[in-house]
Design a protein around this ligand. Structure first.
Ligand code: E4P
Length: 231
């Protein structure tokens, strides 16, 4: 499963990228607004850091405007994926942009029929919003399950399922169990994936116990051993 970061915050993106396992990034108008920085400069910087798919969202509400914005956004960097809303105008725009070779992430997907249309329009990604469905009492992961099931029936569709609106690590586990292609994570969730109190406790115990061995310098000890054995 590919891991994207769901943020426009460059500090968070740099930190996640430094782990070496970040595949891409998603933004949306709300995330861009939160940072209070120039949109285009932000997208260009994210592309430089991530060097993988970076979703930049159109804000036009009619297909012609979405296509115009999408064509321009795609020229910022080869890494830009144009994010388009999953309504009729968005489907029209996705069909045109995809036909021109512009990768589209069709966003705000809340039911499987919408995902079917996104695939037919040639979207590179479809983004089911699991958290926002959970928020209104509908099991968000059921949507992911149904989309994967539908797409599996039609191997000609190459649209990747990008699980979005993620709230906690269990969303990540469930998405991976279902075989989703991509998940996009707020930085807080990304960081929590690695955390477990028993891991911290174990590291602390090993570190303390290591102080009791006669020679604690692994690098020096191994270096001398390798030299002595001609390796
Ligand atoms: C991803 O592409 C979306 O922009 C994002 O996941 C939305 O998340 P939210 O429901 O937490 O705003």
């Amino acid at each position: 499963m590919e891991f994207f970061l769901d943020t426009a915050n460059l500090v968070e993106i740099r930190e996640a990228a430094s782990w070496g396992i970040l595949d891409g990034c998603t933004t949306n108008p709300s995330l861009i607004a939160r940072e209070g920085r120039d949109f285009v400069a932000t997208i260009a910087e994210i592309c430089e850091i991530v060097r993988g798919p970076v979703s930049a969202e159109v804000v036009a509400t009619h297909a012609a405007g979405m296509v115009e914005e999408g064509r321009l956004l795609a020229r910022i960097s080869e890494h830009v994926v144009v994010k388009v809303p999953l309504d009729a105008e968005g489907i029209k725009a996705t069909k045109i942009l995809s036909g021109e070779g512009v990768r589209c992430n069709v966003t705000l997907c809340f039911q499987p029929a919408q995902a079917l249309l996104a695939a037919k329009a040639g979207a590179a990604y479809v983004s089911p919003f699991v958290g926002r469905l959970d928020d209104v009492g509908i099991e968000g992961m059921d949507l992911v399950r149904q989309i994967l099931e539908i797409y599996a029936n039609y191997p000609q569709y190459t649209t990747k399922v990008l699980v979005a609106s993620v709230r906690h690590p269990m969303h990540v586990v469930e998405a991976a169990r279902l075989g989703a292609d991509v998940i996009t994570l707020p930085f807080g969730v990304f960081r929590r994936l690695v955390q477990h109190p028993l891991t911290d406790k174990g590291i602390q115990a090993f570190t303390e116990d290591w102080k009791k061995v006669p020679d604690t310098d692994i690098v020096g000890q191994v270096g001398r051993w390798l030299e002595a054995h001609g390796r």
